[in-house]
Design a protein around this ligand. Structure first.
Ligand code: EPU
Length: 434
């Protein structure tokens, strides 16, 4: 429940990055020695990954935001449908299992609300390394008695793949000989994984470029690692501060990962000040934004994971904004909900046209995926009156206790039990989804 119209003020520390932590947690399967991570956010997606690792024989010890992991048993090699269907990033255990256990059986992720999400690049990379890969009964079955280095191109129709690069990188570090990945993703989360692997003893050159050169080693060792700040959480809260008005300083933030985002905020007319590890968003009241044209692209372009939240800003723009999705052409689940709050948005192919309106108004609305839900929260902070957002479990996948964090900045936001939802059995909830 959000009562809009209040400015946000104060200081907020940005958490460790979900999308950096997920593949790095999977990387512990590559060594028998303990690996400890710090600043691991307490999110349902992280808990899902830890549960999967436990099923794969990893002992998990959590203390606050630190997690110690150690492989105890190496016999399991299956990531079941139940886990992969709740979180696609479970697919990140594919590369480590193929490399270390010589076998993997991973449920094939289906499409999801943000559109078709194939895994062909992951499979192409593994095959190039010599693995036998079959897709049977909804599962990817991999047999990889001996992985050998190879040269491959991992770009696809929509650019490089973040978790695809992560998976093949994790397989190649233990393959025999040299692997060259052309078209590697350069997202900070991939860079971070490569740096972690290097600390564990992997030989990787070209980190941060589209060409990774990997010299396989026989084994990796344990280490201790602090997760980088979450650029998507940061961008979401920056959008929240901008739309609500006020004065918020974000700490533990990496402005260098947010260059395109800060530029778009400035184009929208938002005042942004940054230092090496802080960003301040300040405004006199809740202003209308300047209209902008925005295209999502792989890093360092504007991230698709912030598209929905920035569309929320544009709904109260002073003119027409155009947003084009170049990563997930169908990632527009939020627009119909935003329209229920008074926004004027029309979809044309993989673009949307937003005619800014002076005000949004509170309404009952439905969350659909992590980022679309975050966009509804951003919009509700500005809307006149109360908004009730349903299915907030989507938000909990990617934002730790969002009501506490925004509440600490002065937002009027609280979590309540969803009576309507609790009344539904899981079967009727399933039916209700269609
Ligand atoms: N693609 C292919 N073939 C593949 C893999 C991807 O065609 O084998 C296409 C996708 O359909 C998409 C594009 O390539 O059009 C990029 O997808 P990518 O593989 O990079 O996405 P991902 O690795 O599955 C990660 C994040 C997503 C984020 C995307 C894009 C994690 C765990 N997930 O997904 O995060 O949107 O990169 O940056 O890192 C989120 O956090 O809400 C989220 C969805």
């Amino acid at each position: 429940m959000i009562e809009g119209g209040l400015p946000l003020r104060g200081t907020l520390e940005i958490n460790g990055a979900k999308n950096a932590a997920l593949p790095m947690l999977a990387a512990v399967l590559l060594t028998d020695e303990p690996v400890t991570f710090h600043r691991v956010p307490d999110l349902s997606d992280i808990r899902t990954m830890l549960r999967l690792l436990e099923e794969l024989g990893v002992r998990v010890t959590r203390k606050g935001s630190s997690v110690k992991l150690k492989v105890e048993r190496t016999t399991a090699f299956t990531a079941p449908y139940e886990l992969v269907s709740t979180m696609r990033a479970s697919f990140c255990v594919l590369g480590p299992l193929a490399a270390r256990r010589k076998r993997a059986r991973i449920s094939l992720p289906g499409g999801c609300v943000i559109g078709v999400r194939p895994v062909d690049l992951h499979l192409k990379g593994l095959r190039a390394l010599g693995a036998r890969v079959a897709v049977e009964h909804g599962y990817v079955e991999v047999s990889s008695p001996r992985l050998t280095g190879a040269k491959m191109f991992l770009g696809g129709s929509f650019g490089s793949s973040v978790t695809g690069t992560a998976n093949i990188l994790m397989a190649a570090v233990l393959a025999e000989g040299t692997t060259v990945i052309e078209g590697a993703a350069v997202e900070p989360e991939v860079v971070e994984l490569a740096r972690l692997l290097r600390t564990m003893g992997a030989k990787i050159e070209g980190i941060g470029s589209h060409r990774l050169l990997i010299e396989g080693v026989r084994e990796l060792s344990g280490t201790e690692w602090t997760v980088i700040p979450d650029r998507v959480e940061a961008g979401t809260f920056m959008a929240a501060a901008a739309i609500a008005g006020g004065d918020v300083t974000f700490t533990h933030i990496e402005p260098d990962h947010l260059t395109s985002v800060i530029e778009v905020l400035q184009n929208l007319g938002v005042h942004v000040e940054s230092t090496a590890n802080t960003v301040r968003i300040a405004s006199e009241g809740a202003a209308r934004f300047k209209p902008v044209d925005l295209t999502t692209l792989p890093y360092p372009g504007f991230p698709t994971d912030l598209q929905a939240q920035f569309v929320a800003l544009m709904t109260v723009g002073d003119g027409i904004s155009i947003v084009t999705e170049k990563v997930y052409p169908d990632r527009f689940m939020h627009i119909s909900e935003l329209c229920r709050m008074g926004a004027r948005i029309r979809k044309e192919g993989s673009s949307i046209i937003i005619q800014g309106v002076p005000e949004l108004h509170g309404a009952p609305i439905m969350a659909s995926d992590i980022r679309a839900s975050a966009a509804l929260v951003v919009a509700a902070l500005r809307a006149k009156g109360a908004s009730e957002i349903r299915r907030v479990y989507h938000i909990d996948r990617g934002y730790e206790r969002i009501e506490k964090r925004l509440g600490s900045l002065g937002a009027r936001i609280r979590r309540t039990a969803d009576k309507a939802e609790n009344a539904l059995t899981s079967a009727s909830r399933w039916a209700a989804a269609f």
